[in-house]
Design a protein around this ligand. Sequence first.
Ligand code: BEZ
Length: 250
Amino acid sequence: MWDAKLYDGKHSFVWKHGASLVELLAPLPGERILDLGCGTGHLTAQIAAAGAAVLGIDSSPPMVEEARANFPDLRFEVHDARQLAFADPFDAVFSNAVLHWIVEAESVVRGVVRALRPGGRFVVEFGGKRNVQNILAALLAGLRALGVEDNVSPWYYPSVGEYTGLLERAGLEVTFATLFDRPTSLEGADGLRRWIEMFGGRFLERVPLDRREEFFLGVEAALRPLLWRDGAWFADYRRLRVVAWRRVLP
Ligand code: BEZ
C-alpha cells in the first residue's frame, strides 16, 4: 500500500520532474484529459490550470484520497490501468512515472486506445530500458548474500523499439520517442534506504526484520562508488518519453 504523505514529502521529485511532460502535452482550454496514475494529483492540477477538464485516476485508494484532499475542486477516481473503460472518449491520455509498475503493458495500451477519441494523443513518460539497473543489481545481490535467490524485476522498463512497436501494433502513430538518463538526487544521507523502503517493498519483504540493517549496509556499500556524488545519493533513473496519436482513418 502506498504511503501518500511520504510520496508527497521526501519523494515529491516524482511529480516535480513531470512538469516538463505537461508542457509536452500542451493542454488546451476545454480539452478532456485523462491523467493515468495521477498519484497525489499535482500534475492533474497543472493540467487543469490550463483550462482543461481533467480526470485523475489511480489504482491506489490512499493516493486518490490524498489527491482529493489536495485539490477538492478536481475529479479523481480509483481505476485499474489494465482495465480502462470510459463512456466518453478523451482528447488526450497523460501518464507520468507510473507505467513501469504495470508489467501487463499490452492491456494498458489497449485501454489507452479505447479511451482516446480518433485524433487524440497519448503523452507518456516512465522508466525505460536499464532504469535503476545499478540499484536493481545491488538489491538482488543483497538478497543473494542473505541466501534469498531472486532474479525477477517487479518493473517494466522497455526500450524505445519495444514500446513504440507495442503502441503501433495497438493502432497508434508514434511521433516522438526518446530514452534519456535522469540521475535523480535522493534527499539525505539515508536517501537510498528511504527510496528502497518506499519503492522496493518487493525486495525488502524477503529480508527478515533483524537482518534489514545488514541488508541496507550491503546495498549502500555496493552502490556508493556508483551512485554517491558530492555528498548525495543519485538514483540511476532512465526515462522513456513518447507521444503517440490515434489517427483518424481516411
Ligand atoms: C522510477 O520512477 O523510475 C522508479 C520509481 C520507483 C521504482 C522504480 C523506478
